[in-house]
Design a protein around this ligand. Structure first.
Ligand code: SF4
Length: 60
């Protein structure tokens, strides 16, 4: 599951727009990972999503 550093996240929503299966916004408007590691079957490329985050808040 992707990890989001909520101290860095600015809630821009880019990661969610790239993969709604792996990310959602929490109640504070910060992204969080939702897919399940090896069980993740979604089509997104997490490396691309990590690169697209403007504040480098996403890690594996
Ligand atoms: S792309 Fe980065 S800053 Fe934007 S919502 Fe996702 S984790 Fe937060």
């Amino acid at each position: 599951m992707p990890k989001v550093d909520k101290e860095k996240c600015i809630g821009c929503g880019i990661c969610i727009s790239m993969c709604t299966d792996c990310f959602k916004l929490d109640e504070e408007g910060k992204a969080e990972g939702t897919c399940e590691g090896d069980a993740c079957k979604c089509e997104c490329n997490l490396d691309d999503v990590m690169s697209a985050c403007p504040v480098d808040a996403i890690s594996k």
